[in-house]
Design a protein around this ligand. Structure first.
Ligand SMILES: Nc1nc2c(ncn2[C@@H]2O[C@H](COP(=O)(O)OP(=O)(O)OP(=O)(O)O)[C@@H](O)[C@H]2O)c(=O)[nH]1
Ligand SMILES: [Mg+2]
Length: 225
């Protein structure tokens, strides 16, 4: 997978990230880790690994993705978490599909044979509601709108001109893919529990922000029709 870069946002992941990079050792692709400039512990934890480290100029999960994507020089990229929840065994199948069908590939936790060990009842219900809203408001053919294990061609990612610096970017990506008329497909994937450390998503605050993003985009894209 020489033509692939993993864009890995990491915030306070000094426990999980070295284990994630250890697992990725045999996957021959580029790795860009995007960390906050004050997160010296995470930076120190990966001293021994061959990867590019970008210190974020600004803050937030979405901003980390945007700054990381802007630095990719391979033809393909994949968003990949630093917490161990994304299983790298799906990268090969995603890469093949992305190349063969010239499409974005979303990993999904809710297709047959897929699943999640990281979902709580609250996140499961939240994911289902937001995925349903994505289908109703934007006719998105997705089974898992909030899972940001996404691969695609770098120039198409750049064309999305992503803007959200927080977790709203999770829904901004599929909506913009759809409205740019880019092809997309899904594969079944099992989400593991994070290796350690604590999650950064706040179900209520980020849930509200994501809902506001869906509503904003609904009016933006309907006005354009
Ligand atoms: N650089 C950077 N990385 C972040 C930031 N917020 C989250 N991340 C990373 O983004 C990835 C996803 O964050 P998580 O907290 O695991 O969120 P999630 O996987 O969407 O949610 P859960 O599955 O509920 O844990 C992890 O690798 C985090 O370390 C941030 O502000 N800056
Ligand atoms: Mg996680």
């Amino acid at each position: 997978m020489k033509n692939l870069t993993l864009v890995i946002p990491a915030k306070n992941e000094s426990y999980s990230l070295p284990k994630v990079l250890e697992e990725l050792k045999n996957i021959h692709c580029q790795k860009i880790i995007v960390v906050s400039k004050i997160d010296s512990e995470t930076i120190r934890s990966i001293n021994n690994y061959k990867c590019k480290i970008i210190k974020q100029k600004n803050n937030g999960y979405g901003n980390a993705l945007i700054e990381g994507i802007n630095k990719v020089s391979t033809n393909y990229l994949c968003i990949f978490n630093a917490d161990g929840s994304f299983d790298p065994k799906y990268l090969g199948a995603m890469y093949k599909k992305a190349i063969l069908n010239k499409c974005f590939v979303f990993a999904s936790r809710y297709l047959k044979t897929a699943g999640s060990a990281d979902d709580s009842l609250l996140t499961f219900i939240g994911n289902k509601i937001f995925t349903l809203l994505g289908k109703m408001l934007f006719k998105l053919k997705t089974s898992d709108i909030l899972f940001t294990y996404i691969m695609g061609e770098t120039y198409r990612f750049k064309k999305l001109k992503l803007q959200n610096s927080d977790f709203r970017i999770c829904v901004e990506i599929p909506i913009k893919i759809k409205f740019n008329n880019f092809k997309y497909d899904s594969i079944a994937s099992f989400e593991r529990k994070r290796f350690g450390g604590i999650k950064k998503v706040n179900e209520f605050v980020d849930g509200f922000l994501i809902l506001s993003e869906l509503i904003k985009n609904y009016f933006t894209y309907n006005d354009k029709k």
